[in-house]
Design a protein around this ligand. Sequence first.
Ligand SMILES: Cc1cc2nc3c(=O)[nH]c(=O)nc-3n(C[C@H](O)[C@H](O)[C@H](O)COP(=O)(O)O)c2cc1C
Length: 257
Amino acid sequence: MLKNESSTARDRALDDPRPALPPIDVEEFRKVVRSRRSIRRFTDEEVPGRILDDCLELAMLAPNSSNLQPWEFYVVSTPAIKQRLAEACLGQNAARTAPVLIGIVARTNTWRANSQRNLDEWPEEKRPGIVEKYYSRIAPLHYNQGPLGLFGLAKKAAGLAVGLRRPVPRGPYSPCEMKVWAAKSTALAAENLMLAARAHGFDSCPMEGFDDHRVRKILGVPRDGIVIMVLALGRRAENGVYNRQYRFAPEDFIRRL
Ligand SMILES: Cc1cc2nc3c(=O)[nH]c(=O)nc-3n(C[C@H](O)[C@H](O)[C@H](O)COP(=O)(O)O)c2cc1C
């Protein structure tokens, strides 16, 4: 469960014992993955707070770039705000009927503060030198694009030259690439959230069909935030699934080298 907001990563990590890897039943995992569907109609049943908190905590255990955790979750259950948000989601049934809507937002400007937090909240007694170097020197160079993205351009040019001789990182070297950078990690958290809800017996619908301008305003998303999706969350109604699930043939998408 989410602990009190002021606890640091270190407090939280020290609370955790380090258990041996638990046995895992892949069939239980398969059940969660296979029974997740995009649900377009929900019942009126509320999602209990402790379940919502657990889903959010599991979402934030998603792998993420350099552990910089560039995500935010705007949990909307206040009816009046939810109604406005549902309208901004183009009045979709999933948004209108869900008891909770979550704006899942990627941030491109929190990496600096979160680099410092990685140093401050390192979960072991001693911080390895490489960690110190990464968050105090490498990350500030790597993620900083400078005014008008000019530093990013310079890094890209340097990378092109050095890259002729050896492998080099090729980005993120522009504000636009920073958006992709933040979106990758945040989308992984979104998937964790959906699977966690399913494991708790609840369901979801990810939505990108929304008026971005209005959604940002309703949620109060900062300028550097990108609304990756709005997630509808609740108990699936009997008519919540619109069609059978299908995917194209796996071999059309898998390249084996
Ligand atoms: C990024 C993203 C955006 C989506 N946007 C919408 C949406 O606006 N409205 C909607 O009803 N479903 C939306 N979906 C759900 C997809 O339509 C759905 O995942 C797809 O049809 C496969 O169905 P399944 O999720 O039941 O397997 C979205 C899914 C993703 C991943």
